[in-house]
Design a protein around this ligand. Structure first.
Ligand code: ATP
Ligand code: MG
Length: 273
């Protein structure tokens, strides 16, 4: 009903996918653009995996949208038990075919061996893992996909050309399956980059940067750096990680209009809140 109304108001409106994160849809004109590939970048422990888990869990339970989680970092069992801390029972959703999990942790071991292997051998292994992802997406009719993390696919690979080929293959799969995708990458402090290798962002139609600032009391922040087709705020937003997961608290340093201060800037120069 809401979507139909939006279409009447704006015929070119882009279909939105709810993020499942309280407050974030509002920052993104209703959610991620359908089919977007969003890089979730941040330092260690910033909350990347929790954002992604919440996106999938809420998608499957609240919006009837199945999802696939590809892990290259923590083994599936670790991910399941970390998510259970928020009451998100992934095991049950897997049994109900609403969630699929692909264990790509072994890919790290493969790429460790890859130092001596030819590019062709690396790509052969990668393609078979990506085919597994595609098949699971089709099997459960997933429209949401998470790759956590992208650099995990290039673990111990030092040659930049090989890394480019790896990310190119992943990019092709993501376009092929057409899911609305979140991909995590790590920001190395002091590197001045927004991703581990400075390549990952080229796969993305959107970039969200998470950070944890420790000046006095610790503060978790998220900043939407780019989101194609979306007039989004360029403000930092404070967020919390609590018993129910992640929630956006509000723009930092800017009060609401009723609070008497100026509105936060949005990418098109107009205030959004
Ligand atoms: N149940 C919880 N309640 C509150 N905060 C939590 C809870 N579980 C984890 N956290 C916080 O979230 C952080 C981990 O979040 P998450 O695993 O999403 O980070 P990440 O960015 O994926 O880290 P990594 O770079 O290691 O993959 C912890 O370091 C902790 O600060
Ligand atoms: Mg993580």
């Amino acid at each position: 009903m809401e979507a139909a109304t939006a279409m009447l108001v704006n015929p070119s409106a882009i279909e939105r996918v709810h993020t499942g994160i309280p407050g974030l849809d509002h920052v993104l004109e209703g959610g991620f653009p359908k089919g977007a590939r969003v890089l979730v970048a941040g330092g260690a422990g910033c909350g990347k995996t929790i954002y992604c888990g919440q996106y999938l869990y809420k998608g499957a339970t609240r919006y009837g949208e199945p999802g696939v989680y590809v892990t290259t970092e923590e083994p599936p069992q670790e991910f399941r038990s970390n998510m259970l801390r928020f009451g998100w029972d992934f095991k049950r959703l897997e049994a109900e075919k609403k969630i699929g999990i692909i264990d790509a942790v072994y890919q790290r071991v493969e790429s460790e061996l890859a130092e001596q292997e030819s590019l062709q051998a690396i790509l052969y292994n990668l393609r078979s893992k990506l085919a597994e992802v595609k098949s699971l997406v089709e099997q459960i009719g997933a429209t949401r996909l998470v790759v956590d993390s992208l650099p995990g696919f290039g673990f111990r690979v030092t040659d930049l050309n090989t890394l480019r080929e790896i990310f190119l293959e992943i990019g092709l799969l993501l376009k092929d399956v057409g899911c609305t995708t979140l991909m995590t990458t790590e920001i190395v402090e002091g590197s001045g980059l927004i991703s581990r290798y400075g390549i990952e962002e080229f796969l993305a139609t959107g970039v969200m940067v998470l950070s944890l600032v420790k000046q006095g009391s610790p503060l978790r922040k998220v900043f939407v750096r780019k989101m194609r087709g979306t007039s989004h705020s360029l403000n930092d937003f404070a967020f919390s990680i609590g018993r129910d997961g992640v929630a956006i608290k509000g723009p930092i340093g800017v009060r609401s209009v009723s609070g008497g201060r100026r509105r936060p800037h949005s990418s098109n120069g107009r205030g959004k809140r």
